[in-house]
Design a protein around this ligand. Structure first.
Ligand SMILES: Cc1cc2nc3c(=O)[nH]c(=O)nc-3n(C[C@H](O)[C@H](O)[C@H](O)COP(=O)(O)O)c2cc1C
Length: 171
């Protein structure tokens, strides 16, 4: 199977997961890792399976990822899965369903088989800490707990979980 792992990243977290997924895919398939900005709709049409990754931005997929999903070509038989990183420790299934809605809609409209979405924690870039702490209205203590929890993610365990996700889909 020809597999594309493509991703948008600003601080490297989603890229880390993309690499883990691509390494897993490359064990048994022809797998390529490409930044989202290097992929055209024509390129994307040439793969049997696409993993597309995004950081969570204000409770949604990042804008370039949504644009890419809009531009992707109808491709019956093609498969697609998502992966998302976010600073929050985890989200309820209901919220995840909201975040992945553009992915599922693109697949439905373009006759692409949706294969699910992986998500994990990814530390928030330090320059945004003050702003987010204020926005969430957290005390210094509460924020320190949150920072402690997110620091180091995605870690080896997150990468392992991402590999297991890819392995299951590609089996
Ligand atoms: C503009 C912006 C908005 C964000 N909004 C959220 C959010 O709503 N929920 C969340 O858990 N993380 C949010 N984050 C944190 C990122 O999703 C998280 O740090 C992610 O791992 C960054 O991935 P990257 O390093 O691949 O860019 C936001 C980050 C930025 C820059």
């Amino acid at each position: 199977m020809k597999v594309l792992v493509t991703y948008f990243t600003q601080s490297g977290n989603t890229e880390k997961i993309a690499k883990a997924i691509c390494e897993q895919a490359a064990l048994n398939h022809e797998a390529e890792l490409k930044k989202l900005e290097d992929v055209t709709p024509d390129d994307a049409a040439g793969y049997d399976m696409i993993f597309i990754g995004s950081p969570l931005h204000s409770g949604a997929l990042a804008a370039p990822v949504k644009e890419c999903l809009d531009a992707v070509k109808a491709n019956p038989g093609q498969k697609m899965a998502g992966f998302i990183t976010h600073f929050a420790p985890g989200y309820p299934e209901q919220d995840m369903n909201g975040f992945t809605e553009p992915l599922r809609t693109a697949c439905r409209e373009k006759e692409i088989e949706y294969q699910g979405c992986f998500d994990c924690q990814g530390a928030l870039t330090e320059s945004l800490h003050d702003m987010v702490q204020k926005k969430l209205n957290l005390t210094d203590e509460q924020w320190a707990d949150m920072v402690k929890q997110m620091t180091g993610h995605p870690d080896g365990g997150d990468e392992e979980n991402a590999r297991a996700f890819a392995e299951k889909i590609l089996a």
